[in-house]
Design a protein around this ligand. Structure first.
Ligand code: PGA
Length: 252
């Protein structure tokens, strides 16, 4: 049985005081929901404050990125060691990083083992762009991104994959639950070929892209979907709580 996971990716939203406020609003209720791993991923600058607030609760912390070197003269970067000090999870290869910060498959392939090495659980994001989807290239693009990101990595214990079609992110146009389930099933088949069947069966694969309180249950009911990476809706306490509650209901 794969424990579902809901991760809130706050992206570049919330000051430190706003982050405190948002966490305080949902802390108690979120803490009490069982059967689901609950992860929040605030901006780096708020991680320490949020860590202090959620300490001792069942809520887990994630970062939105990291650099692949442990220390050194890399002004402005955050290393895996620093992230691992506070966080259990780290988002890697989000499409916004690929699109706006030139993050290539090669860079993603360096970040994944760097995170695993310090005991972090990477949430590896992959997904096709609109023009690729329209050209019928979804399977090809997703397979290629997955295989490049994992090239040369022998052990992927703890890794989580998020299938996030780029055209569904922040657009209000989610994929259909069936489409998402199909692509996630393809990802699982690839993992089975690259590693083995057991690893593939135990691996959690999330869907991301315009998940809200209105469509969460539908996604969670799909056999291959093990949770969600939530952007916009994770910035509203009631929405995020509702998504997590719906997920908990589905697994009961
Ligand atoms: P969204 O973002 O839920 O706002 O579409 C998802 C993501 O980027 O992880």
């Amino acid at each position: 049985m794969r424990v579902p996971l809901i991760a809130g990716n706050w992206k570049m939203n919330s000051t430190v005081s706003e982050a405190r406020e948002l966490v305080s609003k949902m802390l108690r209720e979120l803490d009490e929901i069982d059967g689901v791993d609950k992860v929040i991923c605030p901006p780096f600058i708020s991680l320490a404050a949020v860590y202090g607030l959620i300490k001792g609760s069942s809520i887990k912390l994630g970062a939105q990125n990291l650099y692949f070197t442990e220390r050194g003269a890399y002004t402005g970067e955050i290393s895996p060691l620093m992230v691992a000090d506070l966080c259990e999870f780290v988002i890697i290869g989000h499409s916004e990083r690929r699109q706006y910060f030139n993050e290539t498959d090669e860079i993603v392939n360096k970040k994944v083992p760097a995170a695993l090495k310090v005991g972090l659980k990477p949430i590896l994001c992959i997904g096709e762009r609109l023009e690729e989807n329209e050209a019928g290239l979804t399977e090809k693009v997703v397979t290629s991104q997955l295989r490049s990101a994992l090239a040369g990595i022998a052990y992927i214990n703890g890794i989580i994959i998020a299938y996030e079609p780029v055209w569904a992110i922040g657009t209000g146009k989610a994929a259909t639950s069936k489409q998402a389930n199909q692509t996630i099933s393809l990802i699982r088949r690839n993992i089975s070929q690259l590693y083995d069947k057991e690893i593939a069966q135990n691996l959690r694969i999330l869907y991301g892209g315009s998940v809200t309180a209105d469509n969460a249950t539908e996604f969670m009911q799909q056999s291959e979907i093990d949770g969600a990476l939530v952007g916009g809706a994770s910035l509203k306490a009631d929405q995020f709580l509702s998504i997590v509650k719906q997920t908990s209901e589905v697994v009961k």
